[in-house]
Design a protein around this ligand. Structure first.
Ligand SMILES: [Mn+2]
Length: 336
């Protein structure tokens, strides 16, 4: 099977994509399966795993890199069981919602793995037996929804609500949703009699004081650069990078990078406004490029991305800002 899917993807033929999904359905029906999720698994990842667990036999959800706060509210409310620890559970490996292998524990064998994702296409997954990547989807939940529909599964209310919550969080409450996302969402509501507030309730968390302080510190340490009438900002902190990014976008920045250093490891989150994305900014590609340049792992969506690795956070922040400035200048000159 190796490599065949790559050809289908380039052809992009609808029935060919469906063929790959049906092959995946067939494989998962054999069981057992261990679903593995990226570190700090978010509601989209958790929802996708939960749906697979409900539709196929003997599915264990493995979260070796932990679960984020919204994901934890969701697992608790829906009673979703996950296995944390470093020990690999038995079963066929299914990787969901994960942009690259570097987001998983080291030494995982990808030979028989199935990878389903909606981030920018990543050649580092080429070892996997099946790599189904649809970066036209706003969430992994939408792809998994297709998958279980093909499997002929009868959806429960809980499963529908989980998918809705995954879509809501990955689209920033529909801000980044595609028309097809809304069609899936309305289908989920209609067929299961579910309401939007039930789904948001699965992922609602109070912002605690430590997060607010991280945001304030991020603002305090902020540096910014002007390119034309656009503003690129960068800051450093020790926690809540994504939340600090959001706060700095709220202050008026168009593109933001927030990094933290832990020992010799660094972590950077990046965000761009939708207006920037519409003008051609793709932070997933921008950070992915840095990952290749520096052998760190980076990737993500056009408007939200991250990079982790070994090295000096300040240096990588500088490279990120430089690349973003170049990108904005190029976009400006290509418009003239
Ligand atoms: Mn996702």
């Amino acid at each position: 099977m190796h490599g065949i899917f790559g050809i289908y993807f380039i052809v992009g033929h609808h029935s060919a994509l469906r063929y790959v999904l049906s092959s995946i359905v067939e494989e998962l029906s054999k069981g057992p399966t261990k679903v593995v999720l990226h570190g700090n698994a978010d509601p989209d990842a958790i929802a996708s795993a939960f749906v697979v667990q409900s539709a196929f036999p003997d599915v264990v959800i493995w979260t070796p890199g932990g679960i984020d706060r919204m994901g934890k509210v969701m697992t608790k409310t829906l009673g979703i069981e996950t296995v944390e620890g470093p020990d690999e559970p038995p079963g066929r490996l299914l990787v969901l919602d994960t942009s690259g292998p570097e987001q998983l524990p080291e030494g995982i064998d990808l030979k028989d793995a199935i990878v389903i994702d909606h981030h920018a296409r990543n050649d580092r997954w080429s070892e996997a037996m099946y790599y189904y990547c649809d970066d036209g989807k706003s969430s992994c939940a939408e792809i998994v929804y297709e998958l279980v529909k093909l499997a002929g599964m009868k959806m429960t209310r809980e499963v529908a609500l989980a998918l809705m919550a995954g879509i809501i969080t990955d689209t920033g409450m529909f801000k980044f949703a595609k028309p097809a996302t809304l069609r899936v969402f309305s289908e989920l509501m209609e067929q299961n009699g579910t309401q939007i507030d039930e789904a948001t309730g699965l992922v609602s968390i109070d912002v605690d004081t430590s997060e607010k302080i991280s945001q304030l510190r991020g603002a305090q340490r902020l540096k910014y650069w002007k390119v034309g009438d656009k503003i690129i900002a960068a800051s450093q902190g020790s926690a809540f990078e994504a939340s600090v990014c959001k706060a700095l976008i709220g202050l008026g920045a168009d593109i933001v990078f927030v990094g933290s250093q832990r020992g010799n490891m660094f972590r950077i989150s990046a965000r761009a406004t939708q207006a920037m994305v519409r003008r051609g900014v793709h932070l997933g590609k921008l950070l992915g490029g840095i990952g290749t340049e520096t052998t760190n792992g980076g990737g993500g969506h056009p408007g939200a991305a991250g990079i982790t690795g070994m090295g000096d956070v300040e240096a990588i922040l500088n490279i990120s800002v430089d690349n973003a400035m170049k990108l904005l200048r190029n976009l400006d000159s290509s418009r003239d």
